[in-house]
Design a protein around this ligand. Structure first.
Ligand SMILES: Cc1ncc(COP(=O)(O)O)c(C=O)c1O
Length: 323
């Protein structure tokens, strides 16, 4: 973990606090002065924190991170400088461009750039199959390329079968509800990605959270949950699914996989591993955290990953037993 210097943290929080206080003072005054202009009988359209945040915080500071780029998004990008004459309400592009390290978009590794090996092959298969077939099989049918890709993913990961999807987020959010539902328990790392959170919420399963990357806390939660069973009825859970990521997307930490696998085996739970950031990136041959940590992929029930990071493409996969 990178420690943020105290000075940076303090001045950042201070600036936010100042914007918050001044924003409320300005809003109070404009409300007192102009409230008569709100049409009677109509609810004010924008009166929540999101609206306050957009007007008083985001608009003023958006140029710190939200800047247009004018090059292909590779490992390096050309960022356009802008200026504002109305306190950042509107921003005008200048002709100045800054070359920056890309820490903010897909293809930050630069693998999707023009490439001698891939580009010709991609164009040839697009000419043969058309762009519409880039969709998931459920949307637009299965082609031989889909089948080949699914077999390749399964073999690459050492799993029996795989399914591919057109979008990484939807790989999680649409698969999790197919795996668990009412009467099931999901035990999820506290810093799991929002696509996992969306999938679990949509599944109807009960969810409990364990402290980030802490197998000790996971075991406590797991043991207590199994002992207590389902709420009210105390029946055993239909399924218990542990959800972790290989490399955590915001913190960059590696999952403590061997310990988590040992716990999952001891309590006979299922394990779902999201490798969006670890597949293709770690392990001697890029096969992800299992290869890195010396864990057999047979011990992971559901292996999920995306093609959006190391593979410089789009979409995701789920690999597991054929059943
Ligand atoms: C851990 C994790 N899972 C899933 C996704 C969703 O993948 P995509 O961005 O390809 O939709 C991301 C995206 O960054 C992620 O970090």
């Amino acid at each position: 973990m990178i420690e943020i210097p105290y000075f940076t943290a303090l001045t950042t929080y201070f600036s936010y606090a100042l914007l918050f206080v001044l924003g409320h003072i300005r809003d109070t005054f404009s409300y007192l002065l102009f409230r008569s202009q709100t049409t009677k009988g109509y609810a004010p359209l924008c009166r929540d924190f999101e609206d306050f945040y957009t007007r008083r915080f985001y608009r003023r500071i958006q140029d710190c991170w939200n800047r247009p780029i004018c090059s292909a998004p590779g490992a390096w990008i050309d960022v356009v400088e802008r200026q504002s004459f109305d306190n950042n309400k509107t921003l005008k592009q200048t002709t100045k461009v800054q070359k920056c390290l890309n820490l903010g978009s897909y293809n930050y590794l630069g693998f999707a750039a023009q490439d001698e090996f891939c580009t010709g092959r991609v164009i040839a298969s697009l000419e043969r199959f058309a762009g519409s077939t880039c969709s998931g099989c459920l949307d637009a049918g299965m082609t031989t390329e889909h089948e080949e890709l699914e077999n390749l993913v399964a073999t690459y990961l050492g799993k029996e079968a795989a399914m591919v999807y057109g979008m990484g987020f939807a790989t999680n959010s649409s698969t999790i509800p197919a795996l668990v539902g009412k009467g099931c328990l999901v035990i999820s790392d506290s810093l799991n990605h929002s696509s996992i959170v969306a999938g679990v919420r949509g599944s109807g399963a009960k969810v409990k959270v364990f402290k980030h990357n802490s197998p000790e806390h996971l075991e406590q939660v797991l043991r207590k949950s199994i002992a207590e069973g389902q709420p009210r009825t105390h029946r055993p859970w239909k399924k218990v699914l542990i959800m972790v990521e290989g490399v955590y997307s915001m913190e960059g930490e590696m999952v403590r996989l061997p310990e988590i696998v040992a716990i999952k085996k001891a309590y006979k739970a299922y394990l779902y591993l999201d490798e969006a950031h670890s597949i293709g990136a770690v392990g001697p041959t890029g096969r992800g955290v299992c290869e890195y940590a010396g864990v057999d992929t047979a011990d992971i029930d559901i292996m999920m990953g995306t093609f959006t990071k190391s593979f410089g493409s789009c979409g995701g996969y789920i690999a597991g037993s054929k059943e």
